[in-house]
Design a protein around this ligand. Structure first.
Ligand SMILES: *Cc1c(COP(=O)(O)O)cnc(C)c1O
Length: 326
């Protein structure tokens, strides 16, 4: 048995998140039994997968004596909103660099960022990492200690949280005597998938892990996930454990591009809402579920198989896409 050495983490998320069966969705699709892991309920200002990552990132920031978080994302970034909430909760300042021009409607995650007290900077065509570095320099001049978090919180610390999330899931599966054949979820900056595949190796998950890409082509995302999983294994003292053969990405559902809601996302969001009373999000989980629904319709799974959909959150973005969702 591999024994990871975990770094310190703060307790921010509501864990373990529930594991539920989606009986009505399973029946409507007539395919495998579908389960859902509710990381939309991690609890940090409407929750999501970044809350788990922030438990480790914040612990590291505080250990270094930092007092201001700086991160980057899309205008409706769930990662930025959860970072702003984590900063507020621990009395840190927060600066968010959002890709695009100012003047985006104050709704969804942007509304929450503002309520949570974050400072917002728009890239306006400039490289985001340079803007983050400039904000950090300004903060240092003011005598503050900034802490930079990469896109999606996807570094070894962020990925570590999903190694532990796999431990949590394996304990739930054991308690319920449940065998899952596939884990399916939305994958973008790669931290979630890197952690899940590493956790699958460490905790001996026998099924298949499939990331549905939200924005990258499959080869690009596989390279990102494999590199991050390898770095995370080293970080946790697991030596050169290789998980490259577990990294599987499907890029058939990129649609019209990142954050472009089309008919598949709309159908998936409405189906899950109306059959299960569960909200998906327009950018990530709506797309991943649309992919899962399509795979089921194409007969990718047999009837007796069990598929776990890992709900990574994002519902706070729904109002920003209201005109595309009905
Ligand atoms: C960030 C995010 C993802 C993707 O997670 P990564 O670790 O960046 O791959 C999936 N779903 C939601 C709702 C997210 O906010």
């Amino acid at each position: 048995m591999l024994k990871p050495t975990y770094p310190e983490r703060l307790s921010i998320a509501h864990l373990p998140t529930p594991l539920e069966k989606m009986s009505r969705l399973s029946r409507a699709l007539g395919g495998p039994e579908i389960y859902v892991k509710r990381d939309d309920l991690t609890g940090l200002a409407t929750g999501g997968n970044k809350t788990r990552k922030l438990e480790f990132l914040l612990a590291d920031a505080l250990a270094q004596g930092c007092d201001h978080l700086i991160t980057i994302g899309a205008p409706q970034s769930n990662h930025c909103r959860q970072t702003a909430a984590a900063a507020a909760r621990h009395g840190l300042g927060c600066s968010l660099v959002l890709r695009g021009e100012g003047g985006a409607p104050v709704t969804g995650n942007i509304l929450l960022d503002r309520l949570l007290g974050a400072h917002i900077y728009w890239t306006e065509g400039q490289p985001g990492n340079e803007i983050m570095a400039r904000i950090a320099a300004e903060q240092r001049k003011l005598g503050r200690m900034p802490y930079l978090i990469p896109l999606g919180g996807s570094n070894v610390m962020g990925a570590t949280s999903y190694v532990l999330a796999m431990k949590e899931l394996m304990e739930q599966l054991a308690a319920e005597n449940l065998n899952i054949d596939f884990i399916v979820f939305a994958s973008s900056s790669g931290g979630t998938q890197a952690g899940i595949v590493l956790g699958a190796a460490v905790y001996d998950f026998r099924g298949h892990v499939l990331g549905i890409s939200v924005d990258h082509d499959a080869d690009t995302l596989k390279t990102i996930v494999s590199a991050l999983a390898t770095a995370t294994a080293t970080h946790l003292g697991l030596g050169t454990l290789s998980v490259a053969d577990r990294v599987d990405v499907n890029d058939d559902y990129l649609g019209e591009g990142y954050a472009q809601v089309g008919e598949p996302e709309r159908e998936a969001i409405q189906m899950v809402a109306q059959l299960e009373g569960i909200l998906l999000d327009p950018v990530y989980t709506g797309r991943a579920m649309a992919g899962l629904i399509d795979l089921i319709r194409w007969g990718a799974f047999t009837r007796g198989q069990k598929v776990l959909f890992w709900h990574t959150g994002g519902t706070a973005a729904l109002p920003a896409f209201a005109d595309k969702l009905l």
